[in-house]
Design a protein around this ligand. Structure first.
Ligand SMILES: CC/C=C\C/C=C\C/C=C\C/C=C\C/C=C\C/C=C/C=C/C(=O)SCCNC(=O)CCNC(=O)[C@H](O)C(C)(C)COP(=O)(O)OP(=O)(O)OC[C@H]1O[C@@H](n2cnc3c(N)ncnc32)[C@H](O)[C@@H]1OP(=O)(O)O
Ligand SMILES: Cc1cc2nc3c(=O)[nH]c(=O)nc-3n(C[C@H](O)[C@H](O)[C@H](O)COP(=O)(O)OP(=O)(O)OC[C@H]3O[C@@H](n4cnc5c(N)ncnc54)[C@H](O)[C@@H]3O)c2cc1C
Length: 674
């Protein structure tokens, strides 16, 4: 596949797809990057970071032993860290961690096929210092953390408790005599478990523990704790630390365990922005809201929506390009084998992935802007917007991670057997994203947090009180009765809100009926949780549909007609897909008729056909470089079979024609001598 100048040519099918694309791919790239200037900056950063030869591993990571994999990941993390420190700060100093942090995140994928052992340092340790420390503490810890002298992680979860933070058992007891806290792990179940980088990499961590002073427990608080010697890296006396062992994914993250045996830390190592311990042991609460110490989790939930949108875009790019290259079966006897992308069922599997990647990215951008507003409010001492934001970020984290994981797995299915190859990168993308459904708050648990807020909002609507923006629709749908059906995009969004309102109303009725039978409110709630989770999901789906539709319209106001058309097709596809997926709900809560359902299905199939010629252009517009995609099936040039063979030949088993196990076991077996 090389021309006579040695330049590798692009697969002919892919080249034809690109030639037939109806729009200028760069225009959509600019939209997704938030403007042409952002694209230019991103590309500049990518150009001078991704040329490094250290990106190419002679032996694929997945063929290394767990220890070698970890060591390789540390090596690359240090090189990546140095790169960030030396070069990327030129792009705006600390600002690099603001607007360009998403670019950093993208580039990191070129360095690590799995996870950097330093992810938690940049992703949670540094943000927690920013969010939970006083200005004085920040000036002590931030410079050391940013220069990587102090390397940290976030150790909250314990063997016995992850979800129920109030149930954590690690204690931090204040000793006024020495002005120290004594950290202790009273039981096996109180051992910290899971923190990324804890096993072997970090020398500090943020430990969340129950604070005791003057004989009283004041609940969980965060502390900065040094666990290893800075010179020798040996665990300090009183610290028991190690790695938790192999997992479905995250295998280069050295997730660890940690126990304390009456381990002492200075008083000022308590993160004191939201609560303080005075020298004499007096507890001073500064957090009027009560849940400000959960701030890092909220921040990461916001980040995760963007994270999974990007990973879904990677999977969609791989699967769509592969589907344009792969030919299989025949549609009519004797005809040439079609590209598998021409099968309507394949389009059904894949185009929703492209649309969902857009929907989640636009929703994530909107969520980030909303979050920035909440942070500004908090800086001015206003915490009124927190309950709504907690409900919103919880459900968006739950639904985005769940949708992305399911659709990434669908991308793998759509690549047949080759999708199962590690070299396709789909298994690693999946194993990474499926974890997001659990960490930083389990799916069900977070939806139940949202449901709590929705039920309260419903009660406020009943009482005629004003509602906050994301639930203001409840006033409109408050009265019983079906939502009128209208098959326009706006109509489908309204119907989605109508379904959410109907489900919330049904939950309220169930809880009240159960309470009437003599059950406590808690028991009635518990018996209704299946419905409550479904109501929170419906609410979240309506929010995503609404934000995606309105943001896509806003963003494309000045776009060329062709870009506007294809973006409109994608949003309409997303809305029709979910209307059809939730048709039972629509039949129950809206006035949709059987003919309307037939029309919805027909329109959906028409959209698949309309999007088909632009499918490759749409994934090209994600503009994800080959080094970041890391996939034999998804590279820009479409040299799928050549890359599969090149990667197979790198397998250590192919380094010698005969493996020694033949002489040790097979031959004796064959000769009856075993
Ligand atoms: C090399 C890399 C390069 C660059 C990197 C740069 C950036 C990368 C950044 C991000 C990358 C993205 C991802 C990777 C990051 C990390 C990866 C992996 C690590 C994962 C880490 C973890 O998982 S850390 C542990 C997380 N744990 C959890 O999430 C636990 C979940 N549980 C809870 O949150 C709570 O226990 C609970 C909310 C379920 C219940 O809390 P509880 O105290 O019991 O409260 P309730 O009694 O139920 O409710 C009381 C009221 O409080 C309200 N509430 C609860 N939580 C909040 C909140 N957070 N904010 C506001 N309000 C809250 C609740 O609604 C109740 O209100 P009422 O009015 O109803 O009473
Ligand atoms: C890859 C990975 C990385 C992680 N990294 C970190 C880290 O760096 N630092 C850290 O501190 N933690 C980390 N964690 C831990 C993570 O935050 C927890 O695993 C997560 O919050 C879920 O808690 P759990 O494991 O206790 O699950 P559990 O709460 O035990 O959940 C088990 C089941 O019980 C259900 N359940 C639990 N409570 C309720 C309820 N109230 N109502 C209904 N159902 C319920 C859940 O829905 C789930 O189905 C990581 C986890 C993973 C998988």
């Amino acid at each position: 596949m090389s021309d006579n100048k040695g330049v590798r040519r692009v697969n002919e099918d892919l080249a034809r797809e690109r030639a037939n694309c109806s729009f200028d791919v760069r225009e959509i790239t600019f939209l997704l990057d938030g403007g042409e200037n952002n694209t230019i900056t991103r590309k500049k950063i990518e150009d001078f970071t991704l040329t490094d030869e250290l990106l190419s591993d002679k032996v694929p990571d997945e063929c290394l032993s767990p220890k070698e994999k970890y060591e390789n990941a540390v090596r690359k993390s240090c090189l990546f860290g140095k790169l960030v420190k030396d070069k990327l700060l030129e792009f705006g100093g600390l600002e690099t961690f603001g607007p360009n942090s998403f670019v950093l995140r993208r580039i990191a994928d070129a360095f690590f096929k799995e996870i950097s052992p330093l992810l938690l340092h940049l992703g949670m340790f540094v943000p927690t210092i920013l969010g939970q420390c006083t200005a004085e503490q920040q000036s002590e810890w931030l410079p050391r953390a940013l220069s990587m002298q102090v390397i940290g992680t976030y150790a909250q979860t314990e063997l016995g408790h992850g979800t129920f933070i109030r149930g954590l058992e690690t204690t931090a007891t204040y000793d006024p005599e020495t002005e120290e806290f004594v950290l202790h792990s009273p039981t096996l179940s109180s051992f910290k478990w899971w923190a990324g980088g804890l096993g072997k990499t970090v020398n500090h961590c943020i430990v969340v523990a129950q604070l005791h002073t003057k004989g009283q427990c004041h609940g969980t608080h965060p502390f900065i704790v040094q666990i290893r010697d800075l010179e020798t890296h040996q665990p300090l006396p009183g610290i028991k630390v190690g790695e938790i062992g192999p997992k479905l994914g995250f295998n280069t993250a050295d997730n660890g365990f940690l126990g304390f045996d009456k381990y002492r830390i200075p008083r000022m190592n308590m993160m004191m922005k939201n609560a303080q311990i005075l020298k004499d042991g007096t507890y001073v609460k500064l957090d009027r809201h009560g849940k400000m110490t959960y701030g890092t989790m909220v921040f990461i939930r916001v980040m995760v929506v963007n994270e999974v949108a990007f990973n879904l875009a990677k999977a969609a790019t791989i699967a769509v390009r592969y589907s344009a290259v792969r030919r299989q079966s025949e549609k009519k006897p004797g005809e040439p084998e079609p590209q598998i992308l021409d099968y309507v069922t394949q389009q059904h599997k894949l185009f929703i992935c492209i649309a969902t990647a857009h929907a989640l990215q636009l929703t994530s951008d909107w969520l980030w802007r909303t979050f920035s507003g909440v942070v500004t409010d908090i800086k001015h001492g206003k915490t009124d917007s927190l309950p709504e934001f907690h409900a919103l970020s919880s459900c968006l984290k739950a639904i985005s991670t769940s949708d992305a994981a399911l659709l990434i797995e669908q991308c793998r299915h759509s690549c047949g057997g080759h999708g199962y190859m590690m070299s396709s990168n789909l298994p690693l993308i999946y194993s990474f994203v499926t974890a997001t459904r659990t960490y930083e708050g389990d799916y069900t648990v977070l939806l139940l947090q949202t449901a709590r807020f929705l039920i309260k909002a419903w009660e406020q609507a009943e009482a005629g009180k004003p509602l906050t923006p994301t639930v203001s629709y409840l006033t409109k749908y408050f009265k019983d009765g079906r939502v009128p059906w209208d098959s326009t995009s706006e109509g489908i969004v309204n119907a989605a809100y109508g379904v959410a309102a109907g489900k919330i109303s049904a939950c309220v009725k169930s809880i009240r009926n159960r309470v009437k039978t003599g059950l406590s409110y808690e028991d009635a709630w518990d018996l209704t949780t299946v419905q409550l989770v479904a109501a929170a999901e419906a609410h979240c789906r309506a929010v995503i549909c609404d934000v995606y539709r309105s943001e896509a319209v806003r963003l494309t106001e000045k776009s060329s007609p062709n870009v506007r058309a294809v973006m409109r097709q994608l949003t309409t596809l997303y809305l029709h897909y979910w209307a059809l997926e939730r048709i039972g709900d629509l039949l129950r809560y809206s006035a949709v008729s059987e003919e309307d359902v037939v029309a919805l299905q027909q329109k959906y199939e028409e959209l698949l056909a309309l999007i088909r010629p632009d499918a490759v252009g749409l994934v090209d517009a994600f503009d994800i470089r080959d080094e970041i995609l890391n996939s034999t099936l998804g590279a820009y040039d479409g040299r799928v079979y050549e890359r599969l063979m090149e990667e197979a030949l790198k397998s250590p088993l192919n380094a010698e024609p005969v493996n020694r196990s033949f002489h040790m076991y097979l031959k004796p077996l064959m000769q009856g001598k075993l």
